[in-house]
Design a protein around this ligand. Structure first.
Ligand code: ATP
Length: 337
């Protein structure tokens, strides 16, 4: 487990101090992918650099498996850095093949030839590029280059892999390929991954845990599937489909409610069953469906009419649907199973 406690960092900008991180506290559980998501300038790269132990915070502590990294002497600091793999962009050596680039950190560490071949072979397999081992960077697509960069960061078997915006500049297929590699690194190598990205879709696709970063502050963090189940959570607002609907459409219904449904059974069956059970007309006025990893998740704005509307909502909530009232008045959670 990596824990970040009350981390702060300020830079001297051209027009005065710039606070990049303020009092950031965060857990990165072992063997998970933790997605740090936030807009440009929110502090993601600064957090990644501090976690890589490349820079020191102004205050706060980073602990790796309980170990406080701030008090390390230079020798221990170097050793701790070696346990961290950083995915670096755009600096593969043009004169080395894909395999040669992945092998470089091992050569620098004095690992012998047979061991190098074995480790590099395993990583080429992990990134799905065994057939491209002898290709030079100029012959690889941007997505393939990005996968080689991840493999190079993994070759020293780091306890923590840091990937700062690993899908930047990639097309859909290229991005999907890199995310698959990160997911396999977690699942097959047991790597702990911290993934910083401005893209909510990236987090939805691979993250187990999430931290929302805004203006250098973590506004919410924790297990992704748990957080999105509260329709009022900042994570649900940021990662699930918007529930906006035209006023005229809203006005057609006696009652409006926001609901989050998680899993195949809930998404597919709860609303039709509630409709028939309670004789309540339930229509989807806004929102939509998405996936968190492989799990389908719906966030709908429901319009309900009929005397039994409240009973129908209560019934949906009893079956695990997360329901929040949604009207002109401040939002109030009516039921949360
Ligand atoms: N070395 C530096 N010197 C001065 N200011 C810096 C430095 N590094 C970061 N900053 C500032 O700190 C703030 C956070 O930057 P950071 O790069 O961490 O954000 P980010 O979320 O990674 O953004 P992006 O998605 O654009 O990479 C920004 O205002 C940035 O300009």
């Amino acid at each position: 487990m990596i824990t970040v406690e009350n981390l702060s960092k300020t830079f001297q900008g051209d027009s005065g101090p710039v606070v990049a991180l303020r009092d950031v506290t965060l857990d990165v559980p072992t063997g998970t992918i933790t997605g740090v998501v936030g807009p440009t300038g929110s502090g993601k790269s600064t957090l990644a650099r501090l976690l890589a132990l490349q820079e020191r915070p102004d205050s706060g502590v980073i602990r790796v498996d309980g170990y406080n990294t701030s008090g390390l002497d230079p020798r221990r600091l170097r050793a701790a850095r070696r346990r961290i793999g950083v995915v670096r962009h755009g600096d593969l050596l043009a004169q080395r093949t894909a395999a040669g680039n992945i092998a470089l950190p091992l050569e620098q560490a004095g690992v012998d030839g047979p061991q190098r071949r074995e480790k590099v072979g395993r990583l080429l397999d992990l990134i799905g590029m065994t057939d491209k081992a002898a290709h030079y960077p100029e012959a690889l697509s941007p997505g393939q280059l990005a996968r080689v960069e991840v493999a190079r960061a993994l070759v020293g078997e780091p306890g923590l892999l840091l990937a700062d915006d690993p899908t930047a500049g990639l097309d859909t297929d290229g991005a999907a390929g890199v995310l698959t590699v990160l997911d396999r690194a977690r699942a097959e190598l047991g790597a702990t991954v911290l993934l910083a990205t401005p893209d909510a879709g990236v987090v939805r696709r691979v993250a187990d845990d999430v931290a929302l970063l805004t203006d250098g502050q973590v506004t919410e963090s924790g297990h992704l599937l748990s957080l999105i189940q509260d329709p009022t959570s900042a994570v649900a607002q940021a990662l699930l489909p918007e529930v906006d609907a035209p006023k005229a459409l809203r006005a057609r219904h006696e009652r409006l409610a926001e609901v989050v449904l998680v899993g195949f059974a809930a998404v597919g069956a709860l609303l039709p069953e509630a409709t028939s059970r309670f004789g309540t007309a339930i229509s989807v006025v806004g929102g939509g469906m998405t996936r968190i990893g492989e799990t389908p998740v719906a966030r709908f704005l429901l319009g309900l009419s009929g005397a039994q509307a409240d009973s129908a909502l209560g019934w949906i909530a009893e079956r695990g649907g997360k329901v929040a009232a949604h009207d002109a008045a401040p939002r109030q959670l009516v039921a949360c199973a």
